[in-house]
Design a protein around this ligand. Structure first.
Ligand code: PMP
Length: 293
């Protein structure tokens, strides 16, 4: 398959590999009815899964938090991922995996144990924003209106959807969420970082944020470089006065944020700490992609 041309061609659905047009679910699917499910997005880089095990571990944590029994072992779902990769053979893609509490007549209560969860997996396009990676992107701040368990990667994403839509309507890339009484939590689909007085600051692992896989990797890279890091909530004022701001996610890597709410961060260009971490992150991607799995 050609570079960057991964469409929704092949869908894994409950044990079958189907053409997109054949993959169908009933109306009383609990993902649709109640957003009663979880998901993961992992990167394929140079034809290899990156950090798939960390993603599957997080899926297991999300499942446990929702009392959802996963219908596969880690190696079984890895085999599904490998099969999709084998059949579609993209150089670069996002692997999407979703598990919901299955199909049952509409009732808030869990269905009986004999209802199998719905498992969906596919590869999708993951275009690189070369311009944003090199020169930075803009963002807005938005109130964080989400529930109290943002650590669960649930398919219930309505506040994230609204925040990202507000960002798009303003012509910017991301909405940075600010929780009343807490501070800057994260982006609508990214973790947020700032550099201030030489220290890197990002929100601590807690119920207020999703513990990003890239967040964890960037913390490791910063530690290995002896860069000072503080895991704490920044205030909105601190963020606006930061020397550097950046976001991280599986499909955005380390992307500089150079403008927030119409105001420049620093001199409006990516700063040295962001640039260094981005470089280290991209080097790690290449390294992992070239190590046989
Ligand atoms: N926070 C939220 C709310 C997200 O949706 C994502 C993307 N999955 C992230 C952070 C970044 O997580 P990761 O580094 O695992 O992609």
């Amino acid at each position: 398959m050609t570079e960057g041309m991964v469409g929704l061609l092949l869908i894994y659905l409950n044990g079958e590999y189907l053409d997109y047009s054949e993959a169908r679910l009933p109306v009383d699917e609990r993902g649709l009815q109640f957003a009663d499910g979880i998901y993961e997005v992992a990167l394929v880089w140079d034809g290899q899964f990156i950090d798939l095990d960390r993603h599957l571990q997080r899926l297991e944590r999300s499942a446990a938090a929702l009392e959802l029994k996963l219908p596969f072992t880690r190696s079984e779902i890895r085999a599904v991922a490998d099969e999709l990769l084998h059949r579609e053979d993209p150089r670069r893609a996002a692997f999407y995996l979703q598990v919901t509490r299955g199909v049952a007549p509409r009732d808030h209560r869990f269905p009986s144990e004999i209802v199998p969860p719905t498992v969906i997996a596919y590869l999708k396009d993951a275009p690189l924003d070369q311009e944003g990676l090199a020169h930075g992107v803009s963002a807005i701040t938005e109130p964080d209106l989400r529930w109290l368990r943002c650590d669960i990667k649930s398919v219930s994403l309505l506040p994230n959807v609204l925040a990202r839509q507000h960002a798009a309507a303003r012509g910017v890339r991301e909405a940075i969420l600010v929780r009343a009484g807490v501070g800057v939590t994260e982006g609508s689909a990214t973790n947020i970082w700032m550099v201030r007085h030489g220290s890197i600051v990002t929100a601590p692992e807690s119920n207020w944020i999703l513990s990003g896989i890239v967040r964890g990797v960037v913390l490791e890279l910063a530690n290995a470089e002896n860069l000072p890091v503080a895991e704490r909530f920044a205030s909105q004022e601190e963020l606006m006065q930061a020397d550097e701001v950046f976001l991280t996610s599986t499909t955005s890597f380390v992307t500089p944020i150079v403008q927030i709410d119409g105001r420049l961060i620093g001199d409006g260009t990516p700063g040295p700490v962001t640039t260094r971490l981005q470089e280290l992150y991209m080097q790690r991607l290449s390294r992992l992609a070239h190590v046989a799995d």
